[in-house]
Structures are given as C-alpha cells and as structure tokens.
Design a protein around this ligand. Structure first.
Ligand code: ADP
Ligand code: ADP
Length: 232
C-alpha cells in the first residue's frame, strides 16, 4: 500500500483554488520529483505532507493514517536555504535533529544518551562528507556544505519520507552534480522515500523514479476561481 496518499485534496485560500481534486499515491522507496511553474502549488503540496497545513477538503495520509504536525520522526525536510540554525555548529545542528525527533519535551539529552546521540550525529555528518567540520558554524561553510549539513540534520532521525524543496537550486552546477551523487547514495542506502521539488527538469528526470508535473491551470476568466493546480 502507499506510504503517502492524497485523496481528493483541495486547498483553497479564500476564493483562490491552489490545489484542486488532487489524488495520488506515493509508493515507499520512490524518488518523486515535483516540477511546475512558480505558484502552481508545489510548496503547498509539501506543506500538506509536512502536516504544516491541512487541506480544505480531502485527506492526506501517511502510512494509512492522517498526517500529524511536523517534527515527528517520520519526516525530514531540507529547503533551498536556511534549513539549519546559524548559531549552532554542524554537530549541534544535527543533535537538534535527534532531540526534535524524541518524545515531546525531551529538549535535551544527558550523560550516556547524549554521548550516544553525539556519536550518531558525528556518523551522520561523516556520511555526508562533513567529518572534518563538526565544530564549524554554517556561516563559515560554502553553500554546498550547508546543504550537506541540512541533509544530515534531516536524515539523522531516520525519517520515512525526506522532503526536499529546491535543495540544490542555489548551488553551482559542479557542486550540484556532487549533491546528486550524494542524495542518490543516501536514498539507496537508507531505503528512503524522497519527494523533491525542483525547477530543473533535467534534475527531475535524472533523479526521479517518478515526475509529478504541477500545472497552473487557468479557468474561465469570468469564473470566481482563476487558478488551480492539476497533477499529471
Ligand atoms: P516560489 O514560487 O518560489 O515557491 P513562494 O512559494 O515563496 O514562491 O511564493 C509564491 C507566491 O505565494 C508569492 O506571490 C507569495 O506572495 C505568495 N505567498 C506565499 N506564502 C503566502 C502566504 N502565507 N500568504 C499569502 N501569500 C503567500
Ligand atoms: P509553488 O511552490 O508552486 O510556487 P505555492 O504552493 O507556493 O506554489 O503557492 C501556490 C499558490 O498559493 C500561489 O498563488 C500563492 O500565492 C498561494 N498561496 C500559498 N500560500 C498561501 C497562503 N497562505 N495564503 C494565500 N495564498 C497562498
């Protein structure tokens, strides 16, 4: 059965329809690329799956149960920029990823549990090639390193779904290729399900096992709703 399922989902803001009648099933282990013009509803779609937003109508299910709010252990997210905390070192950022995934209000870990968490965080940083940057702050890192850090923070809690919102859009082409290799390896090694929004069609077809195209559809200009996304 599907890991993520949308059943007849609508998202409306006032009289503006952003998502209209979207039904889809995403299989576990897939790498789904989401493309479409600006304003087509791609970020809204990710927010639904993060549980940051509820549909106006319809259902959003994760593993067959209704989506809950974010910061659960089952979803990790990386944005184009600012996914990590500037006042925390690389290690502290990834530790935050672990603590956030724990039981509510266990804000800090102590003693043996903290040492264990530190080892886990350091291993995750090594997995993204940041083993020599544990105590470095994001401001001292290149864009590519910051995105590696963001990926480590998102993955350290072993989420079932990794959501990537234009994760490589701000990087130089050469660095982007390195990141493609990294994310493909992590996807395979961790048996992840990935949902990635991208403006780069080449990237979508290179990385995705499935490509979802969001379309900003124009309705009759005299009708009350002029926009609505359809998914193909
Ligand atoms: P992108 O197309 O790069 O994903 P955004 O999603 O940031 O851009 O924004 C697209 C449009 O959505 C912008 O015109 C912005 O003003 C509008 N928008 C985004 N979030 C909100 C919001 N919370 N309330 C009203 N409008 C919003
Ligand atoms: P995309 O990510 O594809 O650029 P978005 O999901 O950001 O598209 O936005 C889709 C449409 O929804 C846009 O027209 C945007 O202005 C609108 N929108 C997004 N969030 C809000 C909001 N909170 N309030 C009102 N309009 C919004």
């Amino acid at each position: 059965s599907a890991l993520v399922e949308l059943r007849d989902v609508w998202v409306e803001y006032g009289d503006k329809i952003v998502l209209e009648r979207v039904s889809l099933q995403l299989a576990e282990g897939g790498f789904v690329a989401v493309v479409g013009p600006s304003g087509a509803g791609k970020s809204t779609f990710l927010r639904l799956i993060l549980g940051q937003e509820a549909p106006t109508r319809g259902k959003v299910l994760l593993g067959g149960t209704p989506m809950r709010a974010e910061c659960g252990p089952d979803r990790g997210v990386v944005f184009q920029r600012y996914s990590v905390f500037p006042h925390l070192t690389a290690l502290q950022n990834v530790l935050f990823g672990i603590e956030c995934a724990g039981a509510p209000l266990i804000a800090r870990l102590f003693g043996a549990r903290r040492r264990e968490a530190r080892d886990t965080a350091a291993a995750m940083l090594a997995a993204v090639g940041l083993e020599h940057s544990l105590h470095v702050y994001p401001a001292q890192m290149s864009g590519g390193m910051q995105q590696r850090l963001a990926i480590a923070q998102a993955l350290v809690k072993h989420p079932r779904v990794l959501l990537l919102d234009e994760p490589f859009g701000a990087l130089d082409p050469g660095i982007r290729l390195d990141m493609h290799a990294l994310i493909t390896r992590l996807w395979q090694e961790h048996g992840l399900t990935i949902l990635m929004v991208t403006h780069d069609i080449g990237e979508a077809f290179k990385l995705g096992t499935r490509v979802l195209a969001f379309d900003k559809r124009r309705h009759d200009p005299h009708a009350p709703h002029r926009y609505g996304a359809t998914v193909t």
